[in-house]
Design a protein around this ligand. Structure first.
Ligand code: CUA
Length: 308
C-alpha cells in the first residue's frame, strides 16, 4: 500500500519524510477519535438518558475544547515544519517550467555553453539540497513528486521555489497536480536520484552536442528531420535544429520515456507519436506528421533513438 514510485508514503526525500511522519502521527489520534465518536453515537442511539450536567460536559469538553486544542497542536506542528523545509540555503539550482503538457528542465551552468536543457526527466544528486525554481510558460500547473516533497503550483508571472533533498537513489515519478487542459492527466515526469559523481557525469554528457549520425539510416533520418521543419520547434545541439518551442532533443535517445512519461522511449511508440501526436494527446502543440510514410518514419525514429 505504501510502496510505489509515486507514493507520498514511500518517501525518498527529507520533505516527503516529514509529510509522511505527519500523516502517520495524525492517523493514530484520528482513528481513536473516530472510534470514540462512533461509540458515543451508538450509546446515544440506544436512548440512554443522562443528567443535563453530564451532557453539558461532553458537548463543551468533547465538542469544543478537545478539538480546539488537538487541531492547534497539529497546526503548530505543520506550520513549524514549513519554515524548516522551505529554508533558503541550497547546493544547486534547477529550473522547471510547466508547458502544455510537458516539463522543460534547465540546469544553469557556469557559462551559457554548459547549461543543460532536457524535458520530462529530472536528475538529482542524492544528499544535496536542490532549489527548484518553478515557473510556467502558459497556464497554471503544479509540480508534484510525492516521494520527494509536497506540491507547489507554477503560476503565470511568478517564480515559486521548492527545495528537494533526496535521501536515497532510485527512479521516481511526478505528475502535474493542477488541471491545465485536456491532457492534464498526461503530464508526468520521471525523476532519477543518483550518487553525486554519477550526476556530474550525466550533466557533463548532457551539455555536449548530439552525436553525429553513424549509419546511412540515421543520416537519412537527420535529413528528413531537418527537411520536415522539426528544427523550427526542437533543438538538437550541433545541428541546424535550434527551435525552442518544443522539448530540446539533443540527448533524446537517453531518456526513459516520451510524451511526458506517457510511453516508454521505444521505436514503436515514438513512431506513433510522430505520426499522430494530437490524437494521442489532445490539445498538444506537436503537429501530427502523418505525411511521413513508414520508411521515412523509421529513419526519423532511428535517428532520434541514436541521440544518446
Ligand atoms: Cu499541467 Cu496539469
Amino acid at each position: 500500500m505504501t510502496g510505489g514510485m509515486q507514493s507520498m508514503l514511500n518517501p525518498a526525500g527529507v520533505e516527503a519524510q516529514r509529510v509522511a511522519e505527519l500523516f502517520w502521527t495524525i492517523l493514530g489520534p484520528a482513528v481513536f477519535v473516530w472510534l470514540l465518536l462512533m461509540g458515543a453515537a451508538i450509546y446515544g442511539i440506544r436512548g440512554q438518558v443522562h443528567a443535563r450536567r453530564a451532557g453539558h460536559f461532553w458537548i463543551v469538553g468533547g465538542g469544543v475544547i478537545f478539538p480546539t486544542v488537538a487541531l492547534l497542536v497539529f497546526a503548530y506542528w505543520g506550520f513549524s515544519l514549513m519554515t524548516e523545509l522551505r529554508g533558503q540555503d541550497a547546493d544547486r539550482q534547477v529550473h522547471v517550467i510547466g508547458e502544455r503538457f510537458w516539463w522543460r528542465v534547465r540546469y544553469p551552468g557556469p557559462e551559457a555553453e554548459t547549461a543543460v536543457e532536457t524535458a520530462n526527466e529530472l536528475w538529482l544528486p542524492r544528499g544535496e539540497r536542490i532549489e527548484v525554481i518553478l515557473t510556467t510558460a502558459d497556464v497554471i500547473h503544479s509540480f508534484w513528486v510525492p516521494t520527494l516533497a509536497g506540491k507547489v503550483d507554477m503560476i503565470p508571472g511568478r517564480a515559486n521555489r521548492l527545495v528537494l533533498e533526496p535521501t536515497r537513489n532510485g527512479f521516481f515519478r511526478g505528475q502535474c497536480a493542477e488541471f491545465c487542459g485536456d491532457s492534464h492527466a498526461l503530464m508526468s515526469l520521471t525523476v532519477r536520484v543518483v550518487d553525486p559523481p554519477q550526476f556530474e557525469t550525466w550533466l557533463a554528457t548532457q551539455a555536449e552536442d548530439a552525436p553525429l549520425p553513424a549509419t546511412p539510416l540515421e543520416r537519412r533520418g537527420q535529413q528528413l528531420f531537418l527537411g520536415a521543419g522539426c528544427g523550427g520547434c526542437h533543438r538538437i545541439g550541433g545541428t541546424l535544429a535550434n527551435g525552442t518551442i518544443g522539448p530540446d532533443l539533443t540527448h533524446f535517445g537517453s531518456r526513459p520515456t516520451i510524451a511526458a512519461a506517457m510511453y516508454p522511449n521505444e521505436p514503436e511508440h515514438l513512431a506513433r507519436w510522430i505520426h499522430a501526436a494530437g490524437e494521442l494527446k489532445p490539445e498538444a502543440l506537436m503537429p501530427s506528421f502523418n505525411n511521413l510514410d513508414d520508411e521515412k518514419l523509421d529513419a526519423v525514429v532511428n535517428y532520434l533513438g541514436s541521440l544518446q
